[in-house]
Design a protein around this ligand. Structure first.
Ligand code: ADP
Ligand code: MG
Ligand code: MG
Length: 455
């Protein structure tokens, strides 16, 4: 396969021709995004950035990522039901990270009042890279799990058709058949529908689903109009209740002004099924991820499932606390001695927030004696073997680059009271970026969409 791909990359004329074919197919399939220049315009769109050819992914690691997803769904859901664990793990972070503190205040309040809803909907995406080892083998290592606004379930349902078409046009019909079908959006919709059905079945109500999107003030206004401050079951003007609230935003401080915080509190207190509820959002923090890597912690949440524990633990790489105390002091020391081996991570989402290399030294030197260091965790840097690909972007920025890929697996679950009524893996996402970028997603203009080609 590598040789076939190389034939394309080394033939400039063919490369240009087939790039046009790929872009046309992307447009045709609706693999499109708004542009950076006109971010609010629906009239001006372009194709979403994509690789020209699918990137190789080891079959065994792809299957491993699939097979651990239901375990991760269960784990996230179990942790979200354990306030004392979350309180203990996030207590130091909260002191220095105002965003986490505000989310936690909402969480404490709804726990103290008693949760208004017994149906829970989780839509997450666990992301991995393929760590290259000295003996030439590769291992699946988790980067993080996203428990709020896990994105690209829609676009990635449409990208297989692009690569299938490109390979066919290159005369690689058998290879085209190897592109896996993928439809996370279908599974995600099934989860939302299930949550809605359970909400409505408790009593006869006319109900709907709302998605909290980027226009934050509008959401607050809408919510106040529907529910006001008093109603636990907010209604639209036509009498429909809000059954499910899906957060497509709300995961970074910039998403909130004071009104939005108020709206978030009202949503959490309401009877609507929240996807995610604030507890589940907190489970997705890097700090929780780091604490889970401690011995015996996974067992606490999955006491009867040693195999699930083993599957999950196998995907963990080294994660280190920066809490105050000797353990955190040691973390500072190892990071300062070898910054190239690590990634320093704050409790933020959306890409572009992590710290690498020499900058780790600068940041740690500044914060190492104070509480501020506890807003970060340290993680082993995963080093995948680079592979050549051609990255197609709008405005003709086609580039041949050495690339690394990140595989995401989407998980969906619904719990009703104590019963898990749905627990599924529903599809995958492959994003690929040139090796010169340490960080940053598709929206940030760094990574591009891709499909796994299993090898
Ligand atoms: P975010 O929530 O902002 O997406 P991530 O933990 O996914 O945060 O980090 C963002 C990006 O940084 C990842 O997509 C990946 O490219 C890179 N990255 C994160 N952790 C590591 C790691 N341990 N090793 C190598 N690269 C990493
Ligand atoms: Mg994330
Ligand atoms: Mg990420």
């Amino acid at each position: 396969m590598a040789a076939l791909w190389e034939d394309v990359f080394s033939n400039e004329e063919l490369l240009e021709e087939i790039s046009t074919v790929a872009v046309d197919k992307a447009l045709l399939m609706g693999v499109i995004m708004r542009t950076k220049e006109n971010p609010n315009s629906s009239d001006v769109v372009s194709f979403a950035p994509i690789t020209l050819l699918p990137s190789p992914v080891p079959r065994t690691l792809f299957e491993q990522a699939q097979s651990v997803q239901e375990d991760f769904n269960l784990l996230v859901d179990r942790i979200s039901q354990n306030p004392s664990f979350l309180e203990q793990v996030l207590s130091s972070t909260m002191k220095v990270d105002d965003f986490i503190k505000r989310l936690f205040q909402i969480y404490r309040l709804v726990v103290a009042e008693g949760l208004a809803q017994s149906v829970f909907l989780g839509i997450n995406r666990s992301d991995y890279m393929f760590d290259g080892r000295e003996d030439g083998t590769t291992a699946l290592k988790q980067i993080e799990i996203n428990t709020i606004a896990a994105s690209f379930g829609g676009l990635t349902s449409r990208t297989p058709a692009v690569h299938q078409h490109v390979l066919k046009m290159l005369g690689l019909t058998n290879e085209a058949r190897n592109i896996l079908p993928n439809n996370p959006s279908c599974g995600i919709a099934r989860g939302i529908a299930k949550a809605w059905e359970l909400y409505a079945s408790e009593k006869y109500v006319k109900s709907r689903f709302i998605a909290v999107c980027d226009v934050h003030c509008a959401v607050w206004n809408e919510w106040m109009e529907m529910g006001g401050l008093t109603s636990p079951a907010p209604r639209f003007r036509d009498g429909h209740e809000v059954a499910v609230v899906y957060f497509r935003t709300g995961y970074v401080p910039q998403d909130y002004d004071e009104q939005d915080w108020e709206a978030r509190l009202l949503m959490e207190r309401s009877k609507a099924v929240k996807c995610p509820d604030v507890a589940t959002q907190l489970v997705g923090t890097k700090k929780v991820q780091q604490e889970l890597s401690r011995p015996r912690t996974l067992e606490k949440f999955l006491p009867d499932e040693p195999e699930a524990v083993a599957r999950i633990r196998q995907t963990f790489t080294g994660l280190y606390t920066l809490d105050m105390g000797t353990e955190g002091d040691k973390t500072v020391e190892i990071a300062l001695a070898n910054p190239e081996q690590f990634v320093l991570k704050p409790q933020r989402e959306g890409g572009g927030n992590n710290i690498y290399g020499e900058e780790i030294k600068q940041v740690l030197e500044k914060v190492k004696h104070g509480l501020e260091r506890t807003s970060y965790i340290l993680m082993d840097k995963i080093k995948p073997q680079p592979v050549k690909n051609c990255l197609l972007r709008a405005a003709g920025q086609t580039r041949l680059s050495q690339c690394i890929s990140e595989l995401g697996v989407f998980g969906v679950y619904v719990r009703h009271g104590d019963e898990m009524v749905l627990n599924e893996r529903v599809g995958h996402l492959l994003r690929t970026k040139a090796i010169e970028h340490e960080d940053g997603g598709v929206a940030a203009g760094v990574a591009v969409l891709d499909n796994p080609y299993l090898v």
